[in-house]
Design a protein. Structure first.
Length: 346
C-alpha cells in the first residue's frame, strides 16, 4: 500500500487585512497573514494528520520565505515549491460587519506563479507515489503559463491513477465567464470529484435544463435536473457543494450537498443547515473541500460522512482567524456529534 501523499497546486498569497472591521480607506495598518485556495486545503488536511505537499512558485526573497515558513509551520511539505521571479501575490481584505459585506482587492497579476514553467518540476517524482491531487478554478484564472502547468499536473495524475478533485471557485474579478468556459470544459475531462454549484454547471459548462423545465422550480430541483447530465458527460464520481444563507456579514448558515450516479439512479443528499456567527469567512469553501477530501480518503464509498465532515470543518473555520482551518479530526467529529443539525437528510 502506498504511503499517503496528497498534492495541491496553486498560489499562496500575502494577505493584508484591515483591523477592527475598518474599511481599506480608513485604515493606517494591516494585519499580515498568508493564504490561498489550494494552500489552505493542504494546511487543513495536514492538521487532520494527512501528509500534504504544496506545488507552487514563490519569489526568492523574504516574502516568499514567509509563505514557505507559514506552510511548514502548519505541517505542509514544501519540496515542490520552486523559487524565481520577484513578486508574491497580494490580496487586501476589508472585513464586513452587519449589513456591510466584506471586500477583496487582488494584486497578483505579475506574481511569481505567473512565470511558472512545466520543466521546473520532476513530474514522475511528484506523481508516481501520490494518492490525491487537488486544484481549483482560481489557479486556472492566473494565466496561460499557470494553465499549462495545471493541465500537465492533471494529466500526470490520471497517468498515475491519482484521484483528482477540482473546486470550481469561479471569480469574476479574475476573468469573464467567456474566458473561463473553454478552460473549465477542458479540465473537466481529467477530474473525479468536483465542488460545484448549479451556476457552474449551467452557466460555465453550459449544461442545459430539460426543455420545458419550470424556471420557478427550486434551486434543488434545478440541481437534480442538471447535475446527472454533468456527471454522465464527464464521468464524475461525486459533485459536492454548499448552500449559504447570509443574514448579515457575521451571521450565516450553511448546508452541504452531494450528488452521484449509480447507473441511471441518482443519489443525492442535502444536510440540514447550521447557523453560526462569523469571525473570519475567508477560506470557508477550502475548509469544506478539505473536510470532504478527508472523508473520502477515510471511506471513498461514504459520501454521507464526507459531506457532514466537510460542512463541520467549514463552519468551524469561520470561527478562527486566517485563511485555513487548523482543526484536528477529533475536534471536528466532536462538533459533528454535538450538532444534530449536521445529520444528513433527504
Amino acid at each position: 500500500m502506498k504511503e499517503e501523499k496528497i498534492i495541491t497546486f496553486g498560489e499562496i498569497m500575502l494577505r493584508l487585512s484591515t483591523p477592527d472591521y475598518a474599511t481599506i480607506n480608513q485604515t493606517h495598518s494591516f494585519i499580515v497573514n498568508y493564504g490561498g485556495g489550494e494552500a489552505n486545503v493542504a494546511v487543513s488536511l495536514a492538521h487532520m494528520g494527512h501528509k500534504t505537499y504544496f506545488m507552487s512558485k514563490l519569489p526568492p526573497n523574504q516574502l516568499g520565505d514567509g509563505a514557505v515558513t507559514h506552510l511548514q509551520a502548519n505541517g505542509v511539505n514544501t519540496k515542490y515549491i520552486v523559487r524565481g521571479s520577484t513578486t508574491i501575490g497580494i490580496y487586501f481584505l476589508e472585513t464586513g460587519f452587519g449589513g456591510r459585506p466584506s471586500k477583496v482587492i487582488y494584486n497578483r497579476k505579475h506574481s511569481a506563479i505567473t512565470r511558472i514553467q512545466e520543466d521546473e518540476f520532476d513530474w514522475d517524482e511528484i506523481f508516481t507515489d501520490a494518492t490525491w491531487f487537488h486544484l481549483s478554478g482560481i489557479t486556472l484564472a492566473l494565466g496561460e503559463r499557470v494553465r499549462r502547468v495545471a493541465l500537465r499536473a492533471v494529466k500526470e495524475a490520471k497517468k498515475h491513477n491519482v484521484p483528482v478533485s477540482f473546486d470550481f471557485n469561479y471569480r469574476a474579478k479574475l476573468w469573464t465567464v467567456e474566458e473561463a468556459r473553454p478552460v473549465y470544459k477542458e479540465f473537466m475531462n481529467y477530474v473525479d470529484i468536483v465542488f460545484a454549484s448549479f451556476y457552474d454547471a449551467n452557466t460555465i459548462l453550459e449544461i442545459p435544463l430539460d426543455e420545458g423545465f419550470d424556471m420557478n422550480e427550486t434551486l434543488g430541483a434545478k440541481r437534480r435536473n442538471v447535475f446527472p447530465k454533468m456527471i454522465r458527460k464527464y464521468n464524475l464520481k461525486y459533485i459536492f457543494g454548499t448552500d449559504r444563507v447570509v443574514y448579515t456579514a457575521t451571521d450565516n448558515s450553511l448546508a452541504g450537498y452531494y450528488f452521484s450516479l449509480n447507473g441511471d439512479e441518482l443519489t443525492w443528499h442535502l444536510t440540514e443547515p447550521i447557523r453560526f456567527n462569523i469571525f473570519d469567512r475567508i477560506g470557508g469553501g477550502d475548509a469544506f473541500a478539505s473536510g470532504v477530501i478527508h472523508g473520502l480518503l477515510k471511506n471513498f464509498n461514504d459520501p454521507n460522512y464526507a459531506v457532514r465532515f466537510g460542512l463541520a470543518t467549514s463552519v468551524l473555520k469561520h470561527t478562527i482567524y486566517g485563511d485555513a482551518a487548523t482543526f484536528a479530526i477529533d475536534d471536528i467529529e466532536q462538533f459533528m456529534a454535538a450538532n444534530g443539525s449536521a445529520e444528513v437528510v433527504r
